[in-house]
Design a protein around this ligand. Sequence first.
Ligand code: C2E
Ligand code: MG
Ligand code: MG
Ligand code: MG
Length: 291
Amino acid sequence: RAKEKGRACYEIFDPTMHVQALARLELESNLRHAIEQNQLFMCYQPIISFKTHQLKSFEALIRWQHPQRGIISPAEFIPVAEETQLIVPMSLWLMKDVAGQIKAWQQDPAFPREITESLRVSINISVVHLQQKQFIEQVDQVLQETGVSGKHFIFEITESILIQNVEDIIQIFRCLRDRAIDITIDDFGTGYSSLSYLCDLPITSLKIDKSFVGRMIQSSQNRRVVETILSLTQQLELFSVAEGIETIEQFNLLKTLGCHYAQGYLFGRPVRSPIASQWLTHAPLPLLDSL
Ligand code: C2E
Ligand code: MG
Ligand code: MG
Ligand code: MG
């Protein structure tokens, strides 16, 4: 018994693991102060219509400006935030920040009302946050405090964690839809998606994961996965969004296949709001004219 334990301890004290654990602890304690110290900020990436080439929405993506390390990717700190429940205050902060931005765009006479009136912004909601008892209350608090309607929001949920408590999730989604918030399943096709509950979830769209989009030209198998997801969205009468579009070939193929909305570096990277604002004009950007 002791021997077993000794062996386990030996593994735990592997020096590289020790370094990793320390780095993670440091990240966690830094993250605790990141909100108060204004180190978090949102970037906005355009999502455009395949049909009109006009802006449809933005996806809001969080960034962390770390005083020593520079900009840290959400892929690195969101999992830490989820494990430590820091995701709750962080999500509340970002919902308010995004709502404030939507309001600022609406109130700025530089932007046509018909664009800002119908503009939606996607935010990524962690299932850890979604399942908190106070989640809907917090959403209501944000909508009330800022006076921004739910019809300006899309909540992106990554499917991987949806498998548990389907009934609870359906209830929460219904509450969101009651507030006119749209819901999309993010990274569709990569998680543990179950077709059996997809029909029961009151969602509005599916977002095809960028890994399929990135390989769909070279690999006929990936293209068939994309085709299958698109026919699924048609059958379920949902909208489809393709993320990670980097080439005109990918854009053209997805357009031919009937995908509704496009997102990717081909049109624009995630940028801070003053730069993203350039999308809020009538004219499709020159790049898109040539597509
Ligand atoms: P996601 O929600 O699937 O976001 C799309 C990711 O793809 C973003 O990475 C975006 O910058 C990147 N991307 C967009 N177009 C292209 C492209 O053409 N090519 C390539 N290679 N990548 C592209 P980012 O911003 O690093 O975010 C990574 C993930 O972190 C997000 O994946 C999302 O799951 C999570 N995340 C980001 N912001 C938030 C947030 O505010 N809250 C939560 N809970 N999670 C977030
Ligand atoms: Mg997303
Ligand atoms: Mg995601
Ligand atoms: Mg994604």
